[in-house]
Write a protein that binds this ligand. Structure first.
Ligand code: GDP
Ligand code: ZN
Length: 447
């Protein structure tokens, strides 16, 4: 697909604020002409760094710097792209953009460069989303994973599967045309086997995409436990800062404290709650109500109990953990335990928020809970949108398999089509619609 834009866009591409270097980016059919006028040059050699003065309307230099021209289609957007690299002063950069606009460009909307890259077929939609994820990645592991998505590691698997579904569809549709004959003579067994393989591939891809989504969005975890178990201390130990208030007085954490923590590349949104217990005053009751709300949405509860009396702690919070998908039991204050402490129940960890004992094991466990045990090599980022599409495809394939079982070919073909289209939604090389505006408007300007 190639939908050439007729206008030329301009924006500051570097982060807001003062910096050593600031970059203004232009893209579109007039980019090269605007740059030539702006730099007072007859010609610009593509992919060549020219040191020039950037001229104002009256011919006076606004700034001096480097101009680079990337000719269509070998550019980020697939259009003529110009980069003006000047001094990193926001006032100068805005003046450069204004000058570009006076010469025929217009201000770019957020994400518009990447949107054009998508519309010109330089990136598929999942890759374009990965650009935003790469820019927003909170740590190196997430950035690497986004980089892999941008390189197409996720898209290629989606497309390979989509190609296979297309082939299966063709087979099924052909069989419909000979519906008088028994399915067996029309390669029915082969069709079933192929569908079976596709379902296995899809299940594997879905698992990886779910991990990729958690890598991108983090896991929403809530810290619960009786008063004084050390919840706030633990949040501080994980966050490496003194966010939560730690005291000896039970019920100090009346409000919910939220902290985003990176644990070996896994992002956790941690919420420290007031103890979930019968509260005396209304402020505490409000805190508890909010804590229960948070638990309802959490993917993980980190249940903290005092290692010296874990059973009492467990009894106090167990009822609140109903319906939470995963629970990690932490026996805190391990430093206060006698040497002959009883063994831990399965899956629980013994830690000390104050001495740091057991924290390395806790990090490893949290990482495994967020992104699984994968080495990190094959990981890519994915979004809830992708996971939803893969689930829709999965439902389609399940329905198709059931229909084939019942020799209901029409129904099978219909379900296969739904599954195929669901996969197509992920990379979306086809049409632009509201979804695109939604995705690209979340980018920063200049991207
Ligand atoms: P919360 O009410 O569950 O949030 O508990 P806090 O984090 O406020 O801690 C309550 C008390 O226990 C404070 O005095 C902390 O210093 C202490 N505490 C927390 N963790 C540990 C630990 O691992 N070892 C020891 N010895 N004391 C701890
Ligand atoms: Zn607390």
């Amino acid at each position: 697909m190639n939908r050439a834009a007729s206008d030329t866009i301009a924006a500051v591409a570097t982060a807001p604020g003062v910096g050593g270097v600031g970059i203004v980016r232009l893209s579109g059919p007039a980019a090269a002409a605007i740059a030539r006028t702006l730099c007072g040059r007859q010609a610009l050699r593509p992919r060549h760094a020219h040191h020039v003065r950037f001229l104002d309307a009256d011919g006076e230099a606004l700034d001096d710097g480097i101009v680079l021209l990337f000719q269509a289609p070998a550019s980020y957007t697939g259009e003529d792209v110009v980069e003006l690299q000047g001094h990193g002063n926001p006032v100068l950069l805005q003046a450069l953009v204004a000058r570009c606009c006076a010469l025929g460009a217009r201000m770019a909307r957020p994400g518009e460069f990447t949107e054009r890259a998508f519309l010109n077929g330089r990136l598929d939609l999942a890759q374009a989303e990965a650009v935003a994820d790469l820019v927003a990645a909170g740590d190196l592991t997430a950035a690497r994973a986004a980089r892999r998505s941008l390189e197409g590691r996720f898209s290629h698997r989606v497309e390979a599967l989509a190609d296979e579904l297309l082939a299966i569809r063709v087979h099924a549709e052909a069989a419909i045309d000979f519906a008088d004959e028994p399915l067996e003579t029309l390669g029915g067994a082969q069709l079933v086997a192929r569908l079976q393989r596709a379902r296995a591939d899809l299940a594997a891809l879905l698992g990886d995409a779910e991990r990729g989504r958690r890598l991108r969005d983090g896991l929403h975890a809530v810290i619960v436990g009786p008063p004084n178990a050390g919840k706030s201390s633990l949040l501080n130990a994980l966050a490496g800062s003194e966010r939560a208030i730690v005291t000896d007085v039970a019920g100090t954490t009346r409000d919910l404290l939220r902290e985003t923590v990176h644990v070996d590349g896994a992002e956790l949104v941690l919420v420290d709650t007031a103890g979930l217990r019968d509260a005396g005053d209304t402020i505490e009751r409000e805190g508890m109500r909010r804590a229960r709300d948070e638990l309802g949405r959490a993917g993980l509860a980190i249940a903290v109990v005092d290692a010296r009396d874990p059973d009492a702690g467990r009894a106090a919070v167990a009822a609140d953990l109903d319906g939470v998908p995963q629970v990690l039991w932490l026996h805190n204050k391990a430093d206060l335990l006698p040497a002959d402490a009883p063994p831990l129940p399965d899956g629980a960890l013994r830690v000390s928020a104050t001495t740091g004992a057991g924290m390395a094991a806790l990090h490893a466990r949290l990482r495994a809970l967020v992104v699984g045990d994968a080495s990190g090599e094959g990981e890519f980022t994915a979004r809830a949108r992708h996971v939803d599409a893969l689930r829709r495809a999965q439902r389609g394939l399940e329905a198709a398999a059931a229909a084939l079982d019942a020799e209901a070919l029409d129904l099978a073909a219909e379900s296969l089509r739904d599954a195929h289209h669901a996969l197509g939604d992920i990379t979306r090389r086809v049409d632009a619609d509201a979804l695109l505006g939604h995705i690209f408007s979340r980018f920063c300007i200049g991207k």
